[in-house]
Design a protein. Structure first.
Length: 234
């Protein structure tokens, strides 16, 4: 007989099912196909056995924000997991991050994008990335300034070893859901503007976390990064 799941792991399965239902229902409200929204289960600070419970419930995409913390978990968990790096990327760890993760969300400068392109070329593979946008131009936050991104886009598009999947953003903290939703809309509009001005369609929008993923989906998120709603508070 398989071992009884622990109470904690049963919670993970139930929370995951609840989050998936909320995603599906929000897609329905927005007239979108739920298949167009990927759920990245964010597992930072949680141990491998908790991640395993989510895996056993069918989850295959997981997000981590620190290489040292993630590596031991990646090594013991099933190989068919798609790992996404969602943290701040340190230049000196970029090669290892690109090696361990299928998608890197935090490419936040032209220099980092160029480095990722060069490393991918040297290693003979492509790097799948999201460009992080500092959508509200907050001084405390990294990421491309929206105008800087528009200006630099031709140079980014010329990096031939990068697959730029789209834009990633974390809106400023806000008391009001409607304000958060406006920031998500601003990210989508920036994506559309890049498309119009540079003739490239960026399909992906990585935006929305536990507290605001429904608003993000209503504004076009194709990938939501959800941690505490599934695994509990950190
Ligand atoms: C931790 C983290 C998340 C998940 O946050 P929750 O509020 O726990 O859902 C999403 N994105 C990034 C970049 C994170 O660092």
């Amino acid at each position: 007989m398989p071992p009884e799941p622990s109470l904690e792991n049963r919670d993970v399965a139930a929370n995951l099912a609840a989050v998936r239902r909320m995603i599906d229902r929000t897609c329905l409200d927005a007239g979108r196909d739920p298949a167009g929204v990927e759920l990245v289960a964010v597992t930072k600070t949680f141990p491998a056995d908790v991640i395993r419970a989510a895996y056993d419930s069918g989850q295959r995409i997981f997000g981590e924000s620190r290489l040292q913390e993630a590596k031991p978990k990646i090594d013991v968990l099933p190989e068919d997991i798609h790992w996404h790096f969602i943290g701040r990327v340190q230049r000196n760890k970029l090669r290892k991050i690109l090696g361990a993760f299928k998608v890197v969300h935090g490419i936040d400068s032209m220099a980092l994008a160029s480095a990722a392109d060069r490393i991918a070329g040297e290693e003979g593979r492509r790097s799948a990335v999201f460009l992080q946008v500092n959508i509200a131009a907050e001084s405390s936050k990294g990421g491309f300034h929206p105008d800087e991104l528009i200006l630099n886009f031709p140079r980014l598009a010329a990096l031939s070893n990068l697959d730029v999947l789209g834009l990633m953003a974390i809106p400023p903290p806000s008391e009001s859901g409607s304000e958060t939703r406006q920031w998500f809309a601003a990210v989508r509009e920036l994506r559309d503007r890049i498309g119009r001005e540079h003739g490239v369609h960026l399909p992906g929008l990585s935006m929305g976390m536990s507290g605001d993923f429904e608003a993000a989906i209503l504004e076009g998120a194709t990938l939501v990064r959800v941690g505490s709603a599934i695994f509990g508070n950190r």
